[in-house]
Write a new protein. Structure first.
Length: 201
């Protein structure tokens, strides 16, 4: 029985009187509801795992209670206001305070600190070694008095009995800055000591 003819078909084999036909429409078409399978590349999956791991590590280091400061040891003769400022480190993250960062912050808050070293001990302890400034004279300007150390640095407002130097120019004073030459402070202090020795015997 002869094979019916279809549009676009062609003979692909003719052997021993047997003819095979191919309809190109059948072999080249795709089922309309068939979808190609999609696989996530390996590098994408590995990148996702690495990203999640990094987020966990960052959280653990910066937000975990394991690294919250619970103990602060102060080494040195610190005044009450300095101790209060140092103890505010308790409860903060030991990595986020930073060694140098904490030193600069405390020295800025407490201008009476001359030297300071913050040592962090994992996971949650801190040692603060410091030296405070020793006042030698009182510097007065614009009616306000300031304690001055041997380096000529004004570090605190004060009303007391230290020998007083009055600035007649009334120049402004920034705490933590030098307002007088150290040699002048030494000279003024020596004069006061001589006068005190001669009048108190």
């Amino acid at each position: 029985m002869p094979k019916p003819s279809f549009s676009g078909e062609r003979v692909i084999e003719s052997k021993r009187g047997i003819r095979s036909y191919v309809d190109p429409k059948v072999f080249q078409s795709t089922h309309p509801h068939e979808r190609a399978s999609f696989r996530v590349p390996v590098w994408v999956r590995r990148g996702g795992i690495v990203g999640i791991s990094l987020r966990f590590i960052i959280w653990f280091v910066t937000a975990s209670p394991v690294f919250k400061i619970t103990s602060v040891e102060i080494r040195g003769d610190a005044k009450t206001e300095t101790k209060d400022a140092v103890n505010k480190l308790i409860g903060k993250n030991i990595f986020l305070i930073g060694g140098k960062k904490a030193e600069q912050s405390l020295a800025k808050q407490q201008t009476g600190i001359k030297e300071i070293k913050v040592i962090r001990g994992l996971p949650h302890s801190v040692i603060v070694a410091l030296v405070e400034r020793d006042p030698v004279v009182v510097w007065e300007t614009n009616g306000v008095r300031y304690l001055i150390d041997t380096e000529g640095i004004a570090f605190k407002q004060f009303d007391g009995t230290y020998p007083r130097i009055v600035d007649e120019k009334n120049l402004p004073v920034n705490l933590g800055s030098i307002v007088a030459d150290p040699l002048f402070i030494t000279y003024a202090r020596s004069i006061y000591q001589d006068i005190f020795a001669q009048t108190h015997y």
